[in-house]
Design a protein around this ligand. Structure first.
Ligand code: AMP
Ligand code: ZN
Length: 496
């Protein structure tokens, strides 16, 4: 049965059949297999999804937020297709060093020093700032958000098991994962990862001499060159702190169990972070951990990849202070494909703002009249679902919204479609349209009161034979776009 038929016959098909059929058709690019694939969840109708959260040592820039917007669209598209999604996200508040390859200073410690605050104060401040922007762009909060520092016992347990199983070793006081124990460490794409590794090693000023293989990574630090590591915990290997990668494996397993359907991140997470997550998780579990890896590409500015360490950080809140609605930024992101790099410029954002405002105006003009034509609605919903389930073609989804607004159907159907599509797009189209209409009607009421008052003042002036004042009031009205005419029925006015 085709998608269109299913939507045209929703009652005959029933929800269950609809869900299953949708599940079979949902596709996106799986980095693990390097191709666009049909998605099949492990459990029918249910999806478990894990997202690498922010490192909260500074503000999340609009590039980070692009990644979270695209993951939100994936989540809501799956929900639109009928899945129930459980999503878990970590907050990195310890262990992420300035190089992803275990060298450099802990980012949280550096942030605390920069601002003369404690690590926990920094973590709280930037976690709150992150969620303010995360929410403002219409994202749904994950079902579980867990800071790494909440899960130290789980990390220690995993490291113990990896040591027991022979996948890890202690050297120079630290515990390392031994990548030579795996047949296939470079799970994603050996050429890309090896290249990234070479760059990483070149950049390393001080290579870690404790590592047996250059791809080995730290599971637990007790000795590092940073004597001033702020947060430390007791462990079987001495007082120390976890490596970065271990947190995502443990937090995911804590809340989603031994298997997950989809793991998300930005493309920079592919190596070494996700490669290492897979290595340690599968070594620990003894079986495949996650089947689908969803990576979105970066937001770049004119000078290249946007990054937190590059100085002035452009955030959603800064855009807001400059007068941009955060949903304009979401709209800007939706117009391009998640797998392509996106270049940010204010000109591009202005174009998005213009298009967004026009869209809102168009929605505000719709009257909630008539009854919804279920056949037309189902037809457009099928097209919309086809777009988002075709490797998350968000720009096509937006085009279908425009098409629906132009469709040969009544306003009630169009409004129902706008509401339906906004479950995924999350542009608050109806809410903004209502606000626009309300603002319009309050301006009208104000304007009307002013016109009536001016007409009354002019009548008084004419009665007092003060024609100069009467003419001045007429000109004043004209300057405000209101033309008045004296008729036998009294004064009438219209907007010019
Ligand atoms: P971080 O807080 O640095 O750990 O990054 C949070 C998320 O943002 C990760 O999933 C990164 O892959 C992603 N990310 C980092 N830089 C960019 C960028 N310029 N554009 C889009 N996403 C990014
Ligand atoms: Zn992660």
């Amino acid at each position: 049965m085709s998608l269109n038929n299913i939507f045209k016959n929703p009652i005959r098909c029933g929800l269950k059949e609809w869900r299953i059929t949708m599940a079979n058709k949902f596709t996106f690019y799986n980095t693990l297999d390097r191709q666009v694939e049909e998605f099949h969840s492990r459990e029918e109708g249910k999806v478990s999804m894990y997202t690498c959260g922010p490192t909260v040592y500074h503000f999340a820039h609009i590039g980070n937020i692009r990644t979270y917007i695209m993951q939100d669209v994936l989540l809501k598209s799956l929900e639109y297709a009928g899945y129930e999604v459980k999503r878990v996200m970590n907050i990195t508040d310890v262990g992420h060093l300035s190089s992803d390859a275990d060298t450099g200073e802990d980012k949280m410690v550096a942030g605390a020093k920069r601002e003369h605050k404690t690590v926990m104060e920094i973590a709280k401040f930037y976690t709150d700032a992150f969620f303010k922007d995360f929410d403002a762009v219409g994202n749904k909060r994950p079902d579980v958000v867990e800071p790494a520092t909440n899960c130290i016992p789980e990390f220690i347990h995993m490291v113990e098991v990896l040591l027991e199983k022979g996948y890890a070793y202690v050297a120079g006081g630290n515990v390392y994962f031994d990548t030579s124990k795996l047949d296939d460490y470079y799970v994603f794409s050996s050429s890309v990862e090896k290249e990234a590794l070479e760059v990483g090693v070149r950049d390393d000023v001080e290579e870690d001499v404790n590592k047996k293989n250059k791809t080995d990574f730290v599971l637990w630090f007790t000795k590092s060159k940073f004597e001033d590591q702020a947060l430390k915990w007791d462990s079987p290997w001495g007082v120390g702190y976890p490596g970065w990668h271990i947190e995502c494996s443990c937090i995911s397993m804590k809340h989603l169990g031994e298997y997950i359907d989809i793991h998300c991140g930005g493309v920079d997470n592919i190596f070494p972070h996700h490669t290492n997550e897979i290595a340690q998780s599968e070594a620990y579990l003894g079986h495949e951990w996650c089947k689908y890896w969803f990576h979105s590409n970066h937001l770049n500015d004119q000078s290249g990849k946007m990054s937190k360490s590059k100085g002035a950080i452009l955030t959603v809140s800064v855009l807001q202070e400059k007068g941009y609605d955060p949903l304009v930024y979401r709209f800007f992101c939706l117009q391009s494909h998640y797998r392509k790099p996106l270049v940010f410029s204010y000109d591009n954002l202005d174009n998005a703002a213009q298009a967004y405002n026009k869209l809102i105006k168009r929605v505000a003009e719709l009257k909630a009249e008539g009854t919804v034509d279920e056949t037309v609605k189902a037809d457009y919903e099928a097209k919309f679902l086809e777009a988002v389930s075709n490797d998350l073609n968000t720009s096509m989804a937006v085009t279908i919204l425009y098409d629906a607004l132009k469709a040969d159907t009544n306003d009630a159907t169009k409004l129902a479609l706008v509401e339906s599509f906004d479950k995924v797009l999350s542009l608050d189209l109806v809410g903004h349209a209502k606000a626009l209409a309300d603002a319009g009607s309050s301006v009208d009421a104000e304007l009307e009161a002013y016109i009536n008052d001016a007409i009354a003042r002019r009548a008084e002036a004419k009665k007092a034979k003060d024609f100069a004042t009467a003419d001045a009031i007429r000109d004043e009205l004209l300057a405000k776009g209101v033309e008045i005419k004296d008729t036998r029925e009294g004064v009438v006015w219209h907007l010019v």
